[in-house]
Write a protein that binds this ligand. Structure first.
Ligand SMILES: CC(C)(COP(=O)(O)OP(=O)(O)OC[C@H]1O[C@@H](n2cnc3c(N)ncnc32)[C@H](O)[C@@H]1OP(=O)(O)O)[C@@H](O)C(=O)NCCC(=O)NCCS
Length: 153
């Protein structure tokens, strides 16, 4: 029997920034700075969302949706809450937002070595559509993935 998630997803606010920046620092070698997330909160075409358990932020996704194309700019889950479907729920909410905004295609870039993220995106039906050679730090390739928004699982 599947357990009911103990967390929910809502829009990111300025009060979430300390927690979000801490998760970001734990999740990436070259993390976004606080200003980056601040810009996502205020930008016209951005929809940053957080997953919250009790009162704690445990993950986030940054979505940009402009006309027919939406993009996942960033997604991370606090290490000790991974493997519980949090990213899946964040992505589902991002798809709902993108659909509401009229997006037809969702795109993203992912490091070629990031097998857990690639597995997550493939589970959602994303397909590889291209590659940027040595895109990250001049050493690692970026895989470009896309999916039609209306094919949301
Ligand atoms: C990638 C990341 C966001 C996944 O978050 P998560 O909450 O643990 O993911 P979920 O529990 O929702 O998993 C959903 C699916 O993703 C895939 N997945 C997630 N973690 C995985 C792992 N360690 N190994 C293989 N597949 C994995 C699986 O397909 C999983 O489905 P399943 O549970 O049916 O097997 C998380 O590992 C993270 O924050 N990583 C660091 C930041 C990062 O790399 N972000 C992506 C940048 S492109």
């Amino acid at each position: 029997m599947k357990s009911i998630p103990s967390y929910h997803v809502r829009p990111m606010t300025g009060d979430d920034l300390d927690a979000v920046v801490a998760i970001e620092a734990e999740s990436y070698a070259s993390p976004w700075h606080c200003e980056h997330f601040q810009n996502e909160i205020t930008a016209r075409y951005s929809w940053p969302l957080v997953a919250v358990e009790d009162t704690c932020v445990i993950g986030y996704v940054c979505l940009m949706s402009l006309f027919e194309e939406a993009q996942i700019l960033n997604i991370a889950v606090v290490p000790d809450r991974r493997g519980r479907g949090v990213a899946r729920m964040l992505l589902k909410e991002a798809f709902c937002r993108a659909l509401e905004e009229g997006a037809e295609v969702m795109a993203l870039e992912v490091r070629a070595s990031n097998s857990s993220a690639i597995a997550l995106y493939e589970q959602f039906g994303f397909k590889q559509v291209g590659m940027r050679t040595r895109y990250y730090d001049g050493t690692e390739d970026a895989i470009l993935m896309e999916k039609r928004v209306k094919e949301n699982p």
